[in-house]
Design a protein around this ligand. Structure first.
Ligand SMILES: Nc1ncnc2c1ncn2[C@@H]1O[C@H](COP(=O)(O)OP(=O)(O)OP(=O)(O)O)[C@@H](O)[C@H]1O
Ligand SMILES: [Mg+2]
Length: 497
């Protein structure tokens, strides 16, 4: 019998937000159903209800026609459901096999299984995934992409009937994405029910059969992937036509003289990096994940040591010993990983946005709450952060809205920024807001700021930047002007050898 998952009249509210209103739809086995919608639409909340992590105020989940009341994640797992969260849930201090067999580890059931047996079974799963890791590798020491794959192995090992993925590819490199899609297709062929949340259009069209769109916690519509297109989906998600994002961009037409000049930079990760950034220029950095773009910027920002090479700003040689030094010289770096690099989940949006400029909004020994509030409100408006107020804790926001706080922090007008480095600024951000981020990038350039725009999404990096630097394996392999750039020409440089 074909498996069936139903969401029946689900309601869920949090203080000040109706996260889900009367959500009802069904998902069939043997197909991949994508869940789409803007940041804060309610996608993760719905998956958390499916996983028993939170409880609906009203309504229920039903499996094969049987209503379920999950009091805990354990009950959901027992009902053959696995949810892979947007935020990784691994235990870093345990090894791969302990994580993969986590719920079955303590006493009872698997108590008599030897570590040798555990290792053998984990190795089988690793082989099925085709990854170069070992059962006894410590999870905390693995690259983020592999940590995410271990998370997926946990679900695979349980052999659940229902598997839900919440933005699984965000930390993955292209190679792991390929492995993941192959696995998903195998699971689908075995009749599993698969839910898949992502903001990446190309991915949705590649992997899904059906698409469900949510907006502000409300079910908007469902589509057959083969019978819809990108603009129809965007319209359903945003509620209006956003037109041709790139053609509508108001760019800076007056690019000035050289602002940042990097010559023969060498660090432990990158080799012989030379490039120039002009005033008012948007300089894209393209390449595959792991090409060395983040490492290059960290070195320029004073976060990683430089072995040799020269950096000049406005013709003056600089040596930054720390990010603090770099910030004092007008460099701002908006990092790729919001969790590892600075978002304080337990603090309010306001505190998080004003953090680097505290000395400027501070009056004497007191914080100037009013001007902090102004900064936070500006960020909320610029990036359409979905929240009832700037007092809300960062940890209570949806994943994409957390990313927007980091953007707001590093682009607030209290920063005297000369050079703005954005590392994957649109990761996890919905289509409508992406267009706003691109315009903001151009607006900074119009102010004469030199903007470095790192992105692994080829279309955006090619269309937003004035010039595109391509990196591969820690080296620059070419620079292309926007007029001459095509996805093929950039990819060729990104993968050439
Ligand atoms: N624990 C919580 N406390 C308070 N509000 C919450 C909590 N979890 C979610 N919310 C709110 O519920 C709404 C829906 O959030 P959810 O995480 O489901 O969005 P999402 O569709 O997954 O967005 P994204 O694409 O950004 O990940 C948001 O407004 C969010 O701030
Ligand atoms: Mg989410």
């Amino acid at each position: 019998m074909e498996k069936l998952l139903q969401f029946c009249n689900i309601n869920k509210s949090f203080p000040g937000v109706q996260a889900l209103s009367n959500i009802s739809f069904s998902v069939k086995g043997g197909s991949v159903t994508a869940l789409m919608g803007e940041n804060g639409a309610g996608k993760s909340t719905l998956l958390k209800i499916l996983s028993g992590d939170i409880h609906p105020d009203d309504g229920h989940v039903s499996i094969d026609g049987v209503p379920q009341r999950f009091e805990s994640p354990y009950q959901s797992i027992k009902a053959s459901v696995s949810v892979i969260y947007q935020e990784r849930q691994l235990v870093n201090s345990m090894d791969v096999m302990e994580n993969v067999f986590f719920e079955d580890l303590p006493q009872s059931k698997l108590g008599f299984i030897s570590r040798a047996e555990l290792r053998r079974r984990t190795q089988e799963i690793i082989d099925a995934f085709g990854l170069p890791i070992k059962p006894n590798d410590m999870v905390g020491r693995l690259p983020v992409a592999y940590q995410q794959m271990v998370e997926i192995m946990k679900a695979y090992r349980r052999d659940s009937d229902i598997i839900a993925f919440d933005e699984p590819t965000a930390p993955l490199t292209d190679k792991e994405i390929e492995i993941l899609f192959k696995l998903i297709n195998q699971l689908k062929a075995r009749g599993k029910i698969i839910l898949y949340v992502s903001h990446r259009m190309a991915e949705i069209f590649k992997i899904s059969d059906e698409i469900v769109v949510l907006k502000d916690g409300v079910f908007v519509n469902s589509f057959e992937t083969a019978k819809t297109n990108e603009s129809e989906l965007v319209k359903a998600m945003v509620g209006r036509d956003i037109g041709d994002t790139y053609a509508n961009l108001k760019r800076n037409e007056n690019i000035g003289g050289v602002l940042l000049d990097v010559k023969n930079l060498v660090t432990k990760d990158v080799h012989d990096i030379s490039f120039q950034l002009r005033r008012g220029e948007v300089l894209g950095f393209a390449g595959l994940v792991g090409a060395g773009r983040t490492e290059t910027m960290r070195a320029i920002f004073g976060a990683d040591p430089i072995i040799s090479g020269e950096i000049t700003i406005d013709g003056k040689r600089v040596h930054f010993r720390s990010p603090k030094d770099a910030i004092a010289h007008g460099i701002a770096l908006c990092p790729e990983d919001r969790k590892e690099q600075g978002l304080v989940l337990g603090r309010s949006i306001r505190d998080n946005v004003s953090m680097p400029v505290l000395s400027k909004v501070r009056k004497g020994p007191f914080l100037n709450t009013k001007s902090e509030e102004k900064l936070a409100d500006a960020a909320i408006k610029t990036y359409s952060i979905k929240t009832p107020s700037s007092e809300k804790e960062a940890g209570e926001l949806s994943g994409g809205n957390q990313q927007k706080i980091i953007l707001g922090r590093w682009t607030s007008d209290k920063m005297d920024t000369k050079i703005l480095i954005l590392d994957e600024p649109t990761k996890g951000i919905d289509v409508g807001t992406k267009a706003e981020v691109y315009q903001m990038v151009c607006d900074f350039a119009k102010l004469g700021i030199g903007v470095i725009f790192i992105s692994s999404e080829l279309t955006e990096v090619i269309n937003v930047s004035d010039n595109i630097v391509v990196m591969q394996n820690g080296r620059i392999t070419g620079t292309i002007a926007r007029e001459d750039a095509t996805e093929e020409s950039v990819l060729q440089l990104a993968m050439h050898n």
